[in-house]
Design a protein around this ligand. Structure first.
Ligand SMILES: NC(=O)c1ccc[n+]([C@@H]2O[C@H](COP(=O)([O-])OP(=O)(O)OC[C@H]3O[C@@H](n4cnc5c(N)ncnc54)[C@H](O)[C@@H]3O)[C@@H](O)[C@H]2O)c1
Length: 337
């Protein structure tokens, strides 16, 4: 297949490498001349030090060249640039091209997941899929055994993505639950920020397990309310990604949370991490979705208050612990039922 990956950050580069190694003809498009030049000249992306870029991979900043005759377009930009990238490619996207979004997040002003954004921009008939799961770029780029899930309302499109992406170190499952996969991808970053804050405050493994489990319950409840399936959140795009993001040294959301928990100002913490902290944007969307849908999301709400209202993390934790007594099933019956 002829495939172009739009977005030359760590994840776009890792995916381009996978697709190249799978024998496809791959182009990596970057918005930035200097970034493209460095990657092309060094055959290495500074965001993935030590990972050699296959010689067959073409790097370009020319959108028209990147769109010419492709069978598949992979969108791998940070969440804030997904809509902009869709606008950029829409006019010259070949008619039967599959569009795969591997970015994770929610558009911060409209609170929309990426599939509706891409469908609105690229047309109702676009063949669309989303890929998510516990997939740190640093590990996938090194061929470390990993699994993810490809979601599309059209199972044949999900299977085409599975065929293109899957190899002996990357297993790809399929599903038709796009809402579940995209929501899991976005919200796990909020819980990971919370887990980092908890670590920064000096709390323990019990606290992390509590935040992950109860975080998953509130994610599942919102998911069902928005038309997704609770079982999706028990899978790679939910629980799987939550585990890796809340516990891994590679997680920038968790790292930002640790700094905030230790008392660093939120903006300074994000600058210190030095890469996009998607959970910061997703926390605002989660909070607003919680208000809009009436789904009680205490962990996302406290994360929002810490990130946007300057609430001291220790107070947020105290408020979470001081909530009214509950039956474990209540409120989350859509998850356990
Ligand atoms: N890094 C991972 O391990 C990983 C894994 C799975 C999914 N993701 C998701 O993939 C997306 C990208 O993540 P990443 O780690 O590659 O991010 P990153 O922080 O490495 O990406 C930064 C890159 O984004 C590109 N960029 C910035 N602004 C842009 C714009 N306006 N238009 C086009 N490109 C722009 C630039 O090339 C920049 O180098 C995120 O949504 C992330 O959550 C990341």
């Amino acid at each position: 297949m002829k495939i172009s990956v739009f977005g030359s950050g760590g994840w776009g580069t890792a995916i381009a490498k996978v697709l190249c190694e799978n024998g496809h003809q791959v182009t990596l498009w970057s918005k930035f001349d200097e970034e493209a030049r460095v990657i092309d000249q060094k055959r290495e992306n500074p965001l993935l030090p030590g990972v050699a870029i296959p010689k067959e991979l073409t790097i370009t900043t020319d959108v028209d060249a990147a769109l010419n005759g492709i069978d598949m377009a992979v969108i791998a930009t940070p969440s804030f640039a997904v809509a902009e990238t869709a606008m950029l490619i829409k006019d010259k996207l070949p008619g039967d091209c599959i569009v795969v979004c591997v970015s994770k997040g929610i558009e911060k002003d409209t609170m929309r997941l990426f599939s509706p954004i891409l469908r609105d921009t690229l047309g109702a008939g676009v063949r669309l899929a989303s890929v998510s799961g516990p997939t740190h770029a640093e590990e996938v780029a090194r061929g470390i055994p990993t699994a993810c899930v490809a979601a599309s309302e059209d199972i044949k499109v999900a299977e085409a993505v599975q065929d293109a992406f899957m190899n002996d170190y990357l297993r790809v499952y399929t599903t038709t639950d796009v809402v579940g996969v995209e929501l899991g991808a976005a919200l796990k970053n909020v819980i990971a920020l919370g887990a980092g804050i908890s670590d920064g405050l000096g709390f323990g493994d019990n606290t992390i397990a509590m935040l992950m489990t109860r975080g998953l319950a509130e994610m599942a409840e919102l998911c069902v309310k928005l038309g997704g399936k609770k079982s999706t959140l028990a899978g790679l795009a939910g629980l799987g990604d939550l585990i890796v993001t809340c516990t891994s040294k590679h997680s920038r959301n968790r790292r930002a949370g640790v700094l905030i928990g230790k008392g660093m100002d939120v903006q300074a913490a994000m600058r210190e991490v030095g890469a996009v902290v998607e959970g910061y944007y997703a926390a605002k969307a989660a909070y607003q979705l919680s208000l809009q849908t009436g789904v009680d999301m205490p962990i996302c709400t406290e994360a929002y208050r810490v990130l946007y209202e300057g609430k001291p993390p220790i107070e947020a934790m105290r408020d979470l612990m001081g909530r009214a007594r509950r039956n474990e099933d209540s409120g989350a019956e859509t998850w356990v039922g």
